[in-house]
Unconditional design. Structure first.
Length: 207
């Protein structure tokens, strides 16, 4: 069952408290994992009482959902900046700069407290899967919107499906690098960049 997430508070002090709770929860996730983390543990580390935490979050899954949404929003900001720089230059221009997008997205993700555990939770917890799905669909929508003006007459449904697969591949490759130490991160990103760049260029010849 998907439970509607609470809206972030509007008052500065309340926003700061909420952000502190999320930072603490991310650090704790990295230390103890999804199964052991609890709202009591988060509240204690943040110097708050459990009732104070419950003003912001209903339970630990609501905290992790908020962590996931914050991470996805920061990743989306990376995409928006990249599109602002490269979308106007067309398919080839975007294809030539896929590597920069992958590298900046990876840097933002790794700067997030507990990122690897947040990502694992978004994959493994039925209540949280929709957060990742919504974000990846949003990324696909943004990329499709950027490509359509340069691909007159293209089947937009087919374009979206192809870009959706590319988005999943890009994120999956980055997540793999949290666990796989037998490959070079730089080499993986370079190969994925070449694959996705080629897929973009192929779009221009398919119209």
């Amino acid at each position: 069952m998907i439970v509607a997430a609470r809206q972030p508070p509007k008052q500065d002090r309340a926003r700061q408290t909420r952000e502190r709770l999320l930072d603490v929860a991310g650090d704790l996730l990295a230390e103890v994992g999804l199964e052991r983390i609890s709202t009591n543990m988060i509240a204690a580390r943040a110097g708050l009482t459990p009732p104070a935490l419950y003003r912001y979050f209903d339970d630990k899954y609501a905290v992790i959902e908020a962590l996931g949404r914050r991470l996805m929003e920061r990743q989306n900001d990376v995409l928006d900046r990249w599109l602002a720089l490269h979308a106007a230059s067309g398919i080839a221009g975007m294809a030539d700069h896929i590597g920069a997008l992958l590298a900046e997205n990876a840097a933002v993700t790794r700067a997030e407290p507990g990122a690897v555990w947040i990502l694992r939770a978004l994959h493994a917890t039925p209540r949280l899967v929709h957060v990742r799905l919504e974000s990846h669909r949003h990324v696909t929508d943004r990329l499709a919107d950027a490509c359509v003006p340069h691909l007159r007459g293209i089947d937009t449904a087919a374009l979206w499906a192809r870009l959706r697969l590319a988005v999943e591949l890009g994120f999956a490759a980055d997540e793999m690098l949290y666990e796989e130490d037998r490959v070079s991160a730089a080499a993986v990103r370079a190969e994925v960049s070449d694959m996705l760049g080629s897929a973009l260029r192929d779009l221009a010849t398919s119209v």
